[in-house]
Design a binder for this molecule. Sequence first.
Ligand SMILES: [Zn+2]
Length: 197
Amino acid sequence: MGGPEIDRLIGMLARLPGLGPRSARRAALALLRQPESRLLPLAQVMEQAARAVRTCSTCGNLDTSDPCALCSDLARDRGLICVVETVGDLWALERAAVHRGLYQVLGGTLSALGGIGPDDLNTGSLFARIAQGEVREVILALGATVDGATTTHWLSEGLAKTGVAISRVGHGVPMGGALDVLDDGTLAAALAARRPA
Ligand SMILES: [Zn+2]
């Protein structure tokens, strides 16, 4: 279509999760319609983020420091860990300011179809933290999907051996990457309505 630069941009965008060739073309066009004064700073910010952002080795959050700002915040309740599927879920809970403890981001759920097994989930640092003895309760805030439920069940079994209290958020709440669409009140209610798993 256009020059090789445009093709390359479309090709890179098409590799992003959730963007097929068609939406990649649309996104490329939307970007290229921007004046240079807006596009170049965007490219710069993306480069800076790519260089600076890392995954917190304690909880799996994204931040420019490791451990992340949340894990380093001594004002937070270190005895309470909320397990979520994605960083997006963590952001939603933080925006709603409904959880004052720490997090564990699994990076997904067990999925037979998706070929995701226990080893693919970020749980090692959760058990390591529990082994250190600071954790008193783990809240499982995973999706109400089949995979979410399977993961909740599997994690509860593993956690039961550690002796920490295990709870799960109220059923019917579309957690798991979908926390984003919930309003703060619903999120607060879901967390308050947690019950032993
Ligand atoms: Zn962290």
